[in-house]
Design a protein around this ligand. Structure first.
Ligand code: DGL
Length: 269
């Protein structure tokens, strides 16, 4: 057994993702749990996770989880759909903290939507894993699911190219392809994609899109409550950010979901 820093109710909740994407989840969690302090690790050195192998994702995540253990986080949010889809089953019992994976946590709520045709936009690895299909079918096997990966969207968001004409053309062509399936709603199944909501809503009604972070934040709140882990005080609430490369770029690209006061700290694990 490793030596661990003890945590208590006022210890931080940890979030990780390949870059700025997980801030779309952190943002929703802070909105309903303002007393919680958060630690965020953006593994910008290894992005995009959606193009990595399972072995690579296991390696990166293990280092990040040990880092979170060493600083005494009370819970870890796998904000990244790709790691939740590809490695959650391999890591779920390995660490000494409560682990919340996005895909598995929101699937029951998605399965309850009163629709029969659901689109999923996600990374290549998430789509190939069919994790959304597998999880949703545990609760509802009548929903038809149309998965489609969007290989350029993470790059567009991370590089702040959202308003470029070339980016709009890419997004337009991806949406047009998805709409051929006639979905009633479309899940933004990669945490980077909500950054594109303004562009997406030029090509389809805005309320067609579902940001699963809304359901996920609610799930996290309920689970922390059940496990008696909610923060007990609103004194000293603070958020800390780390990245594995390019801190300035992270600060710039993340603005839509979190305004960082200073650049995140660079830590290569
Ligand atoms: N934002 C992550 C996800 O939710 C991964 C994006 C990437 O690095 O490919 O899947």
């Amino acid at each position: 057994m490793r030596t661990l820093n003890k945590f208590n109710n006022n210890s931080p909740i940890a979030f990780f993702d390949s870059g700025v994407g997980g801030l779309t989840v952190l943002n929703k969690v802070k909105a309903i749990l303002p007393n919680e302090s958060c630690v965020y690790y953006g593994d910008t050195l290894h992005m995009p996770y959606g193009e990595k192998t399972k072995e690579q994702l296991l390696d990166y995540s293990d280092k990040i989880f040990r880092f979170f253990e060493s600083i005494g986080c009370k819970a870890v949010v796998m904000a990244c759909n790709t790691t939740s889809s590809v490695i959650y089953n391999d890591v779920k019992d390995k660490y000494n903290f409560k682990l919340f994976p996005i895909v598995q946590s929101v699937s029951e709520m998605l399965a309850e939507l009163p629709i029969s045709r659901l689109g999923i936009f996600a990374t290549r690895a998430t789509i190939i894993s069919e994790a959304y299909q597998n999880e949703i079918s545990k609760y509802n096997d009548n929903m038809q699911i149309f998965g489609q990966y969007c290989p350029d969207w993470v790059h567009i968001v991370e590089n702040n190219l959202i308003n470029d004409q070339a980016s709009r053309n890419i997004v337009k062509s991806d949406i047009e392809k998805m709409l051929l399936n006639n979905p009633e709603r479309i899940v933004l199944g990669c945490t980077h994609y909500p950054y594109l909501i303004n562009v997406l809503s030029e090509f389809a009604p805005i309320n067609m899109f579902i940001d699963p972070a809304v359901y996920f934040a609610q799930y996290i709140k309920t689970e922390l409550q059940k496990n008696n882990l909610l923060a007990t005080s609103n004194n000293n609430v603070f958020d800390t950010f780390y990245v594995s490369s390019k801190p300035e770029k992270f600060k710039e690209s993340s603005k839509m979901f979190y305004k960082l006061a200073s650049v995140p700290e660079l830590i290569i694990l």
